[in-house]
Ligand binder design. Structure first.
Ligand code: ATP
Length: 336
């Protein structure tokens, strides 16, 4: 049933004109009654669909921000990203869900989307604020053919994809705060958490999950908890208008597929470094590296081809390559 709905929506949207009931039946191999039932359900959900005898059905308007399995699936044009899609109204966190599906053998590109997370997570056990109806939360499974030491680059690959999608959909300038945050006007709109699962022999990557949270339609800072009010923002707060989450998610998955495929050709960031660095915030400026082994200041000089941040230490003791795993970076006078 779910697939029928997505397929019918896809046909109507792609056609932009009337599609006869018979055409829908033939194309999807379902009965006239099945088509009629789906059309009625869609109308109840707020889709405006015109039915004209002898012409068929035409999608006049989609409701503003429908976020459902069929709405998302009907928009996808990807080869593998999101093609195997799970949608939950609410879940603890999409990363463990995706890991479970991956462990059960689901394919490369499997994606878990939720409207709300009750235990959204960030790096190092931090939490990710995940209210219902406002944001995009999803996790994608990738089954790479590379060794675990390359895994941290996927965080940068995802960051680039999300930044490209946000710029395309909203027109906002989406910057990347190395390695995993997207910022707009100096505030954080996106967090990314990548986790790795190794083979039992511990020498190969079994799969990776990359989880993403995007603040989309929050109206004001008051909607965020006190402790992040000064550092967090939403796309709506920055652009002044709301966005359809399904549209944004479709673009993120499309960009991720493109950027990931480019990464896979070389298994490093050589083909993507320039694009990533063009979005890097705090480049050639003084940053504070919050390394658990000892904090220090230095000048950020961009990234190398394996995704480490190149930092010239302020005390003149040389250049360090900062590895993404455990480290956060701050501008000297604020979050970026
Ligand atoms: P940092 O942002 O300090 O560099 P990080 O990259 O390690 O940290 P993440 O794992 O990306 O952090 O995200 C978790 C942190 O993000 C939380 O500790 C909190 O400060 C902040 N945060 C939590 N929820 C949101 C949200 N919805 N929007 C923006 N920031 C959030």
């Amino acid at each position: 049933m779910k697939t029928d709905r997505a397929d019918i929506l896809t046909c109507l949207r792609n056609s932009g004109d009337y599609v006869s009931g018979q055409q829908l039946c033939d194309r999807l191999g379902v009965s006239r009654t099945a088509v009629w039932k789906v059309i009625n359900q869609l109308k109840e959900e707020g889709y405006r669909i015109e039915s004209v005898s002898r012409k068929g059905y035409r999608l006049v308007e989609s409701p503003a921000d429908v976020y459902s399995q069929s709405e998302i699936a009907s928009r996808l044009h990807t080869k593998w990203a999101g093609r195997n899609l799970h949608f939950f109204e609410s879940t603890g966190s999409t990363n463990p869900d995706a890991k479970r599906f991956a462990e059960e053998g689901e394919p490369h590109g499997t994606t878990v989307v939720a409207d709300r997370q009750t235990a959204g997570r960030g790096r190092r056990g931090r939490s990710w604020e995940s209210p219902a109806g406002k944001s995009v939360y999803f996790t994608i499974v990738v089954r790479p053919h590379f060794s675990p030491d390359k895994a941290s680059m996927i965080t940068l690959v995802m960051a680039l994809a999300v930044a490209e999608a946000i710029s395309e959909v909203t027109g906002l300038e989406a910057g990347i705060k190395w390695p995993n945050d997207i910022v707009v006007n100096g505030k954080k709109v996106v967090g990314i958490l990548t986790e790795l699962s190794m083979t039992p022999e511990m020498n190969e990557t079994q799969f990776l999950v990359a989880g993403v949270g995007v603040n989309v339609n929050q109206d004001s800072a008051e909607e965020f908890p006190e402790e992040i009010r000064n550092t967090a923002t939403s796309l709506k707060m920055e652009a002044g208008c709301s966005f359809a989450r399904a549209v944004l998610l479709e673009r993120i998955l499309a960009w991720f597929e493109e950027v990931y495929d480019a990464f896979e050709q070389t298994l490093d960031l050589s083909g993507l470094k320039e694009r990533y660095e063009n979005r890097l915030v705090g480049r050639d400026a003084v940053v504070r590296v919050l390394d658990p082994a000892g904090e220090y200041n230095g000048i950020s000089r961009g990234i190398n081809e394996t995704g480490e941040l190149i930092v010239e230490k302020e005390d003149g003791s040389g250049t360090v390559l900062v590895y993404a795993g455990e480290v956060s970076v701050r501008g000297l006078y604020g979050y970026t």
